[in-house]
Design a protein around this ligand. Structure first.
Ligand code: F6P
Length: 508
């Protein structure tokens, strides 16, 4: 039996009696808070409110060691083909280290264009400064830039950003009707340059621009940029080569915010702030690669997730940021973890015998307290929660921010300790798990750390499950059938034929 299987068996045994643990008692232990919290510059991680005692923690750390997480991370950093099914390396982490060569060239090009747009050097066809930027992209070509620009809105000093991803006419036309075409820049962001939604929306927006500006080949005008790994496709669309920013195939969409996909963010917050964001990611990488597993925030967050997901039967976990402008972080983490680790075949091409990625969901506090927290407190399902807070918010007000922080703390305490009541309907059982991530303030540097933290957590869980976090073959079938139906090809099976008839899809 391998060491890893032995440890897995130990954890199964420990899980059988975990229900006897009391968070209230565990947190009564004098050393608990120091042993179950970690502080690195700008981030406090409190993992004391969990059904985990020292013995369980030590065994989980053994599992990390036996899964060779760091060795696998170094393989990735050295450019090995860790993305086996696509025969690719995964280079998002190198985008945060001292990059050189092609990556450096691409970053400098993005920076030059960003500053030229911000300082008015790069003007519109009517020789005006751009006031609005529309990013057309979906999945990793939207969620990263949207999350970072929203979280860092206090640093916004360039054109106003808008994100279009779904082929939803109301959303698209209400945006276009609100904009001045003559000062609007369009970024067509698609790593593959084939995503149907993105290309369809781009045509609509391009037609709008052409009509408003009375320019025929508007995609070769100064109003159009592309971000892609397939430069040839963008050139054949008529976008000038100098207005095509590229990223390597080895950067996965959901890991691409550090690359040219970050272009809209740079036009908004500037390249200095974007460099700070990258530096924060680098600092978290150093922490991840250099810290012992028991002192390693990404690894511990991964192990806590494994404990509930693989041993205590949780099916999901919730991300609850207590800052409205961190709401898009939930969508970002959802794609990052569920598209990376929603797999069932191992790196050895065998069915995975355990379960893998949990369902990731959530909503910002305090709204979530008035929607799903009832289930978290008194429901029958065990749902761990990541509570994310910011100690100092320059955009808020003392009284308001104090209430936000008190709410985060109040919920963590109520979930963990509960309260017995004679009336059984009023009793809160407690022992409901939560991790707390507390940032000093929401700066580019701290946000970079937070994003890299979840990336490295995702990687660590994949290493434990022995799966490939960098491919996403599961989404291809749906895309193919969609393309067939969109082009008028009849579905093969009866259920599909009945459905498109009900939809009147053939009448479009
Ligand atoms: O959802 C599948 C996916 O390929 C994601 O991995 C990716 O981020 C998204 O679609 C968009 O892909 P592209 O950037 O190639 O348009």
């Amino acid at each position: 039996m391998t060491r890893k299987n032995q440890i897995w068996g130990q954890l199964s045994d420990l899980a059988a009696t975990a229900y006897k643990l009391s968070m209230k008692e565990l947190n009564g232990e004098p050393q608990r808070d120091s042993k179950f919290s970690i502080d690195i510059e700008g981030i406090h991680f409190d993992f004391s409110r969990h059904l985990i005692n020292q013995n369980i923690l030590d065994t989980l750390v053994d599992l990390a060691r036996a899964s060779n997480i760091k060795e696998k991370a170094l393989d990735m950093l050295e450019g090995k083909l860790v993305n086996k099914t696509e025969s690719r390396s995964a280079t998002h982490m190198t985008m945060r280290s001292d990059i050189s060569g092609q990556n450096q060239k691409e970053k400098q090009q993005m920076f030059q264009f960003s500053e030229a747009i911000r300082n008015g050097e790069l003007k519109s066809s009517s020789h005006q400064r751009f006031t609005d930027v529309i990013n057309i992209g979906i999945g990793g070509s939207e969620l990263g830039p949207k999350m970072v620009s929203e979280a860092l809105k206090q640093y916004a000093s360039g054109p106003k950003l808008h994100f279009l991803s779904n082929p939803d006419g109301e959303k698209i036309f209400s945006l276009l009707n609100s904009l001045q075409a003559k000062t609007t820049l369009v970024i067509l962001s698609s790593k593959s340059f084939t995503t149907t939604e993105t290309m369809t929306i781009a045509k609509i927006v391009s037609d709008w621009l052409a009509k408003e500006l009375q320019i025929n080949d508007v995609e070769s005008s100064t109003h159009f940029f592309a971000i892609t790994a397939d430069k040839e496709k963008a050139i054949s669309r008529g976008i000038p080569e100098k207005q095509i920013l590229t990223l390597e195939e080895s950067i996965g969409g959901r890991y691409s915010i550090w690359s040219s996909v970050g272009f809209p963010v740079c036009t908004s917050i500037g390249t200095k702030r974007f460099e700070e964001f990258i530096a924060g990611g680098k600092m978290m990488d150093d922490h991840f690669l250099q810290s012992e597993y028991q002192d390693n925030i990404p690894v511990l967050l991964a192990l806590i997730g494994i404990w509930y997901n693989n041993f205590l039967g949780s099916q999901s976990y919730a991300v609850v940021p207590y800052l409205e402008r961190l709401s898009p972080l939930i969508d970002f983490i959802q794609q990052l973890e569920m598209e990376s680790n929603g797999k069932s075949i191992s790196l050895d091409d065998l069915p995975v015998v355990t379960t893998t990625a949990p369902i990731v969901w959530g909503r910002a506090g305090t709204g979530s307290q008035h929607s799903f927290f009832q289930l978290l407190h008194q429901g029958k399902k065990l749902v761990p929660v990541d509570l994310i807070g910011v100690k100092n918010d320059a955009l808020s007000h003392t009284e308001l921010h104090k209430l936000l922080l008190a709410s985060l703390a109040g919920q963590a305490e109520a979930l963990a300790n509960g309260q017995h009541d004679e009336n059984v309907h009023l009793s809160n059982p407690g022992n409901k798990p939560s991790s707390i991530l507390l940032l000093d303030e929401l700066t580019p540097f701290n946000l970079g750390k937070l994003v890299a933290l979840y990336e490295n957590k995702t990687f660590s869980q994949a290493a434990i499950w022995n799966i490939n976090p960098f491919d996403q073959w599961g989404v291809e079938l749906g895309k193919r059938i969609t393309k067939e139906l969109f082009s008028g090809i009849k579905p093969k099976n009866r259920s599909g034929q009945l459905l498109i008839k009900k939809m009147g899809l053939e009448d479009f």
